[in-house]
Write a protein of this length. Sequence first.
Length: 498
Amino acid sequence: MSVSTLPTYDDVVARYEPVIGLETHVELGTRTKMFCGCRTEFGAEPNTQVCPVCLGLPGSLPVANKAAIEATIRIGLALNCSIAEWCRFARKNYFYPDMPKNYQISQYDEPLCIDGHLDAMVDGQEYRIGIERVHLEEDTGKSLHVGGATGRIHGATHSLVDFNRAGIPLVEIVTKPVPGLGARAPEVAKAYVTELRSVVRGLGVSDVRMEQGSMRCDVNTSISLPGAEWGTRTETKNVNSLRSVERAVRSEMIRQASVLDSGGRIIQETRHFHEDTGVSTSGRSKEEATDYRYFPEPDLAPLAPDAAWVAELRAALPEPPSVRRRRLQEAWGLTDHDMDSIANAGPVELIEATIAAGTTSEAARKWWLGGLARRANESGVELDSLPITPAQVASLQGLVDSGRINDKLARQVLEGVLAGEGEPETVVAARGLEVVSDTGALGAAVDEAIAANPDVAQKIRDGKVAAAGALVGAVMKSTKGQADAKTVRDLILERLGS
Ligand SMILES: [Zn+2]
């Protein structure tokens, strides 16, 4: 089907009602894996963090990681779930080349946490998203497809498998279906994942980096005519950024509408989202749960979290992000809309830390929502993955406040810090970026500018002081922006007797 036949988004939401659902996987930041003592460091040499258990060798037996169970219960509590008094792990049987046991230890009809909710904000309006379940499972390994242009299996000459990730604890958070969002569905989906990320990050149980895969999102979408039964849903996988959560819902709504409009029917299937093009392609037709032949995992004892322990974990939960935001909004003196845009862009914690490091809320917001947000966008990473710390942003702003650099030089210093040249102070010294306000040093440049622009100089002598701007500009240019503009202006007026 050619692109030109696709209906517009406005047209789609005028005629169809969407229902969305989100399944989010969070890799826990435990020191060891879910069922063995292997380390979990990201980026280690392939197949160096493996043992008989996570390689699925015969005779090896799993032992559950208590820290992972605790982290999952804390996530459940933070999402207002009930914690099961008794539950079990289950075997989910299927073949994947990067899953050596040919089954995944997961949870099926007895998840650890059930029936909660999380509120997501869009433009000052709150949307309550029901949480169906939060369960614990193990991650698979990773396949690397080599020899093709795209890194995908299509066109590859061979594939390599890295089992370092196999067995890392993975928490799956599944929402209830969310109907009634209308045109807002894509934004609410993004706001929910953003909020979920804040909650999990606040608990300190995962670094929740979507671009590194420690948080991954599958998006279920269906559309139907108003009042009709819900449509068949598809599941879009590989949604690896917050922006793409929104894009995936929107593009799938449009795709499904175009299929229905042309008299076709939606097939229940898995689709793969492509970050680069923003479109999804058809994957496998979706299995039913019965295809996996789930059964209780016989090698692990059931879980029965002690009520007193759960109560202890509940009492020790951190301040929820929504409460924290309200507190900060008041402290920073922001409108709902301003606070929403910060929350949706993600940098609440970064701005908070920058202010704590000694700068104003206005300056902190300017850096994180301005130049740094642009840079993150261009590089396709999250703000907190940029190689700059809140303390460095605060010290950069400190240099501006003290008059040692101006805004223009500050942008160059920022470039230097992002390029790994060290602290702002070091970059200023190494690149010689300090503002020159020494009248002796600037005098020659001022004289040159006057000599080169006799007409302008005459106007100023005649009392047209406003014309001095042109000469200030000339001096700024010849000093590569390093002159202190006020000093230059004073020198010009002094020399021309105005
Ligand atoms: Zn292992």
